[in-house]
Write a protein that binds this ligand. Structure first.
Ligand SMILES: [Zn+2]
Length: 393
């Protein structure tokens, strides 16, 4: 048994037609409703946006990446500065990942690059060795070697001090076969138990631990993994690893993983944030999402938009040059209240950071409005019809 005194997860309402659910997640730094979206402050900062902007768009929870913070500025410095919340001036709920995803994705080349067939271009292989003990990798900053073990990942995340922390797992690359995926999943399970032991050893009641479901694209492995993770005293679950080559396969893999998961705990889907993906996976019972895409798209001049092609507007387009409308008419964000598409188009063309910032603010607010729409739809028993209207099904 592990107690999580500062934490609670209540399922407030279940949708009658799908597996969507409305939840309430409490952490020592505040509570929020689910489904919800977690913005990525990868290196303890949202690129082109500060904690003030996060507050203004009514963000509930953010995440930072253990891998990056381990290399710089280092967990000891963050601890000395009073922990990540104080260090970066964010007093709300926060999650850190285990560092595993970056070690393996940077080490092997990312899944997306592999699918696009770009695996061999410009990818510095930083991963050196995976053993029973842990993973050894080379710092991309100064070339020094580091070993991350299940125990040291928990120790680093304890020093960072986020509310929700994750176990170290091996993120299997997309191209490996079933045998490798199975052996890797079994290793991740042994690591999950070691993570729990280390978590219990230093447990201070201020953090909660999530177990991660691996198993690649294989139905039987995902079932075994989800049943294993559910049998352990984690506060919540995350679905990770390779989710397949396309959206259809991703939805299938999430179904495989959901089949064996304990439904009374919060369930997070790692690294997914497409608008249609959020609707589809909320319908499967996913409670929280994270993805760099809303802020990354913004920095590349793409504004999220309900009726845009694939929910996006390309602000680079010349059609915006004299457009006096805001990015989105119905949006209540400070960008849409105060600035025209013409001005933002000009800023992006001129490569002004303010242009990126204005779209980052809009895209973050768009995501918060989307998740709020989803929660209201579940509350009012019209989730499926709202989903159909959004996805034009
Ligand atoms: Zn806006």
């Amino acid at each position: 048994m592990v107690e999580y005194p500062g934490f609670n997860f209540d399922i407030v309402k279940k949708d009658s037609q799908t597996n969507a659910r409305l939840g309430y997640l409490t952490t020592p730094h505040g509570s929020f409703e689910t489904p919800n979206f977690i913005f990525c402050a990868t290196r303890a900062a949202i690129k082109c946006g500060g904690p003030e902007d996060l507050k203004a768009v009514q963000t509930d929870i953010i995440l930072s990446n253990t891998y990056h913070l381990l290399l710089r500025p280092g967990p000891d410095l963050v601890e000395k500065m009073g922990g990540l919340h104080k260090f970066m001036n964010w007093d709300g709920p926060m999650l850190t990942d285990s560092g595993g995803f970056q070690i393996f994705s940077l080490g092997h080349g990312s899944v997306a690059e592999e699918i696009k067939g770009k695996n061999k271009t410009n990818t510095v292989k930083t991963l050196r060795k995976i053993t029973e003990k842990g993973a050894t990798f080379k710092s991309y900053i100064d070339g020094r070697m580091h070993t991350l073990t299940p125990e040291s990942s928990i120790d680093v995340q304890r020093k960072l001090g986020a509310d929700i922390i994750l176990v170290l797992d091996e993120c299997t690359p997309f191209h490996v076969d079933k045998r490798y995926t199975e052996r890797s999943m079994e290793l991740s399970h042994r690591w999950a138990d070691r993570s729990l032991e280390e978590f219990k050893r230093g447990h201070n009641g201020k953090q909660s631990l999530y177990g991660i479901v691996q198993g690649g694209v294989y139905e039987d492995l995902r079932l075994r993994a989800s049943e294993f993770i559910s049998s352990r005293p984690f506060f919540g679950h995350a679905i990770g690893g390779s989710l397949g080559a396309d959206k259809q396969q991703m939805y299938e893999v999430v179904d495989f993983a959901m089949a064996g998961l304990s439904k009374d705990r919060p369930i997070h889907l790692l690294g997914i944030g497409g608008i249609d993906d959020i609707w589809e996976n909320v319908a499967k019972g996913i409670d929280t999402f994270d993805c760099v895409s809303p802020t990354r798209l913004a920095r590349h001049g793409w504004a999220l938009h309900r009726t845009g092609k694939k929910f996006k507007l390309n602000i680079h387009n010349a059609s915006n040059r004299e457009d006096e409308r805001p990015l989105e008419e119905e949006c209540d964000c400070s960008t849409c209240q105060n600035y025209t598409r013409a001005y933002i188009h000009y800023l992006i063309k001129a490569k002004e950071i303010q242009g990126m910032r204005l779209i980052v603010i809009h895209n973050m607010r768009f995501m918060m409005r989307l998740l709020s729409t989803i929660r209201t739809a579940i509350k009012e028993d019209r989730f499926l019809e709202t989903k159909k209207a959004w996805l034009q099904e």
